[in-house]
Design a binder for this molecule. Structure first.
Ligand code: FES
Length: 108
């Protein structure tokens, strides 16, 4: 059994020169919301779900972005409803949220 059943990484990158990055698109709010919803749902911890900060994931054009492993499912999100749906559908029930998938050709 894996140490964590699922792991979600949020890009919180910010660029000092003021260039666009996920931090400019409410990435921190998304991360905070995810962390609290995972905890509230009793999903946090060993054998369950881990929510982590990440630096640039090199898919900035779709920012803010997050990726869930082991499925390697990439998401782009806008608001709390999006995060709540990722937590409930994917992190809790293993069903990726189709409407929030990051298109495969989105890069830096
Ligand atoms: S700044 Fe977020 S993926 Fe690059």
């Amino acid at each position: 059994m894996p140490y964590y059943q699922r792991h979600i990484f949020f890009c919180l990158n910010e660029r000092k020169n003021g260039e666009d990055a996920c931090a400019k698109h409410q990435a921190q709010e998304g991360f905070d919301r995810c962390k609290s919803k995972v905890k509230e749902a009793g999903l946090a911890g060993v054998g369950k779900v881990r929510v982590n900060k990440a630096g640039c994931l090199d898919r900035c054009a779709g920012g803010p972005v997050a990726v869930v492993y082991p499925e390697e499912t990439w998401y782009t999100f806008v608001d709390h409803d999006d995060i709540d749906e990722i937590v409930e559908s994917h992190l809790k029930n293993g069903r990726p949220v189709e409407r929030l998938l990051l298109p495969p050709d989105v890069g830096r």
